[in-house]
Unconditional design. Structure first.
Length: 696
């Protein structure tokens, strides 16, 4: 499969001289005329007899040479003279950062149909079989074992690794958190020294986000994470996995011996109008931690507006000294939401009880809880102490306990605790935050089991734009350059409302995110192999069930239909083939084999295919279970503009039974019928061969 578009033959060198002279050279070459023929007053459309498509192509060439992005509407220059085009390009040139090479499209995250936000659940898939011969590591070992006294798994591993070859760190972590466990973490990091890390834990885990952060901060280190029971096979299994490990390797051994790995699976969007009514009503009181601002406040406001619930907000800040908090409270009053803001430190159990009691006296008993408090002060693993871990864990785990202890559990019918995607995939500088969010989710899962009457959800958010902790830390732009898209507040609120509307039993723990590229620490659930279709040559990006972006190289030699669709010497991709390409991508994303019904098709710009070929890029986004939006872009315009767009959905309407051969309409005099053959022969219709489809 082609890795991407090849450089176009004969591409001009970056311009260093006059823009007008550059345009004259390019247009002369296109019209096969001497360079001196086109002058400042030359109009390519009228004087050089080039069509608007050819003029647009030359303008794009000039933009590339000048270090400018391709214009959104290149054909707008068709009727202008060269002097006008030159002035327009110079204005763009001087308005920007200055001339220079355009950033290659391949260096930037590929644009999709649109930004999206989806809900993902964690699934377990069978791990790839271990290579033959793995598990045998003869020779004297150099392995250091770190574990708490009396750890059963460590006792099983010690004999197996006594004679193991190589060397590294064996870190055994239990399925609990206490001071002794937190003290192990800095000791393990200090002992690394670039060696292989084998992190072992009981099957219920709890350490994946920390381990993923470790690998991302020290990518030269192989990190092997195993969750396995402390039985007689533990040592043999650990040796076998370690022999096969590369980069980041994670496997869980289930009770029946199956090897599984973590994967992400998108929940298919329900489509417009599918979400049920508000989850909270006028009789509910929603207790909100997190200071009355940020994403917790945005979501609480939306839940109150939807059903009329009252809000009991807890926070440490004084609105008189915090303009952001004051503005948030003003918005609540303006929306007519009944609320109480009570100052309290959620880390202080006594203060929380008093604050909740004061709020209950004003608003009524608490029936719902939204826990949004948290502490995030990024720092690398090498600097983290046991105290740092404890301070980051407290607002998430301990404070949730304080809030639950201050209310009547029997009255609580909704519990929402805001987590972070960092617990799932880690992030450099965020090991303690990953751990805190992981164990918050585990606590809510335990509460859900003990209180089946209460709907419990832990949305683990990706970064939000415009608000939230990530925005305050200034990470939105940096993550965008890595291909990670932020969640717009409106989309985040809508995703939460949809999550809370899902019927029980629903998943307690979910991830809500925009685009997150796959990596060794994040893998999407497996799907059937994409079909072998003409326009699916090279997969650029694939989030199964959500988004698919592919590229295909069009060449006159292998796409013979192009020879039947030539306008003024320029082969154009026929509209029917554009629709075929869009349909192929939509079917590949959804798994549908039947052709779709195509609606709202728009042919926005022609797709010209020069002799050296053209690369088209197709992007599809699933909007509903059976509805996909698809767009087409081209390398010739640096993938900056949409050439075509359509919406595909299933099922197709019932086909109309095939009738007799077409005849002139009954209301038209047969003598007025015009045979289309003459239109083709006279050049009014330029299609030839297999694309001559109009009869009359």
């Amino acid at each position: 499969m082609p890795a991407g578009p090849a450089p176009e033959a004969g591409a001009p060198e970056p311009a260093t001289g006059d823009t007008l002279a550059l345009l004259a050279r390019l247009f002369a070459a296109r019209a096969e005329l001497p360079a001196a023929v086109p002058d400042a007053n030359c109009r390519p459309l009228a004087d050089l007899h080039l069509n608007s498509i050819a003029v647009g192509q030359v303008v794009v060439q000039a933009c590339r040479a000048l270090g400018l992005p391709a214009p959104v509407e290149p054909t707008q220059f068709a009727s202008a003279d060269l002097a006008t085009i030159a002035r327009a390009l110079d204005e763009l040139r001087h308005a920007g950062p200055g001339p220079g090479p355009v950033r290659a499209a391949a260096d930037a995250p590929p644009a999709g149909v649109d930004a999206w936000v989806r809900t993902f659940v964690e699934v377990r898939e069978a791990a790839a079989p271990l290579p033959a011969g793995s598990g045998a590591l003869p020779g004297q070992g150099g392995w250091q074992l770190l574990a708490l006294p009396g750890d059963a798994l460590a006792a099983r591993l010690a004999p197996a690794f006594a004679q193991a070859a190589g060397g590294g760190l064996l870190l055994c972590l239990p399925s609990r958190l206490d001071a002794g466990v937190l003290a192990l973490l800095p000791a393990a990091v200090a002992a690394l020294d670039g060696r292989t890390v084998l992190l072992l834990a009981s099957p219920d885990g709890g350490w994946g986000g920390w381990a993923r952060t470790l690998w991302q901060e020290q990518p030269a280190t192989t990190v092997c994470v195993l969750e396995l029971p402390a039985d007689e096979l533990a040592g043999v299994r650990a040796l076998a996995e370690l022999a096969a490990a590369q980069d980041f390797h994670e496997v869980r051994y289930e009770a029946d011996g199956r090897r599984t790995q973590t994967r992400w699976q998108a929940l298919v969007p329900a489509g417009a109008g599918a979400v049920a009514g508000p989850v909270l009503g006028a009789g509910d009181v929603l207790l909100v931690s997190g200071g009355g601002k940020g994403i917790a406040a945005e979501c609480a406001r939306a839940l109150a507006l939807a059903g009329g619930a009252k809000l009991l907000l807890l926070g440490r800040a004084d609105p008189a000294d915090d303009p952001v908090l004051a503005g948030s409270l003003v918005r609540l009053r303006a929306a007519g939401i009944e609320y109480a803001y009570v100052r309290a430190d959620v880390a202080d159990a006594v203060a929380v009880r008093r604050a909740v009691a004061a709020g209950v006296a004003q608003l009524g008993p608490v029936t719902a809880l939204l826990h949004g408090a948290g502490r995030n002060q990024p720092q690398p693993l090498l600097r983290l102490t046991a105290g740092d871990y404890a301070q980051t864990l407290a607002p998430k785990d301990d404070c949730l306990g304080h809030l639950l202890a201050a209310i009547e559990p029997a009255r609580l019918r909704l519990l929402v605790a805001f987590g972070s995607v960092i617990a799932r995939c880690g992030l450099p500088g965020e090991a303690d935050y990953a751990l805190a969010n992981e164990w918050l989710a585990r606590r809510v899962e335990a509460w859900a089991l003990a209180h089946p009457h209460c709907r419990c959800r832990v949305p683990e958010w990706s970064i939000w734009s415009g608000t939230g902790m990530g925005e305050r830390l200034g990470r939105v732009e940096a993550l965008a350059r890595a291909g990670i898209t932020a969640i717009p507040p409106q989309a985040g609120v809508a995703a939460l409302e949809a999550l809370l509307a899902t019927p029980e039993p629903g998943p307690v723990r979910v991830t809500i995110a925009g685009r997150l590229p796959e990596s060794p620490v994040l893998r999407y659930a497996s799907t059937a192999a994409l079909p072998l279709r003409r326009f699916l040559e090279h997969v650029v990006l694939h989030v199964p069930g959500v988004e698919l972006i592919t590229e295909a190289r069009l060449l006159p030699a292998q796409d013979p239909y192009l020879a039947d669709h030539v306008l003024d010497g320029t082969p154009l991709l026929p509209g029917v083939l554009i629709l075929e390409a869009l349909a192929q991508l939509a079917g590949a994303l959804t798994g549908h084999e039947a052709p779709p019904c195509i609606e709202a098709a728009a042919f926005l710009h022609p797709v010209a295919v020069p002799a050296g070929g053209e690369t088209i890029r197709l992007a599809a986004l699933r909007l509903a279970p059976d509805c996909v939006e698809v767009v087409l872009r081209c390398a010739g315009s640096d993938y900056a503009i949409e050439h075509a767009r359509a919406r595909c959905h299933w099922p197709m309407p019932e086909p109309v039974p095939a009738g007799a051969a077409p005849e002139p309409p009954a209301a038209v005099d047969a003598g007025a019928w015009v045979d289309a053959a003459a239109c083709y022969d006279d050049g009014l219709l330029f299609q030839r061969g297999r694309l001559r489809r109009v009869l009359g």
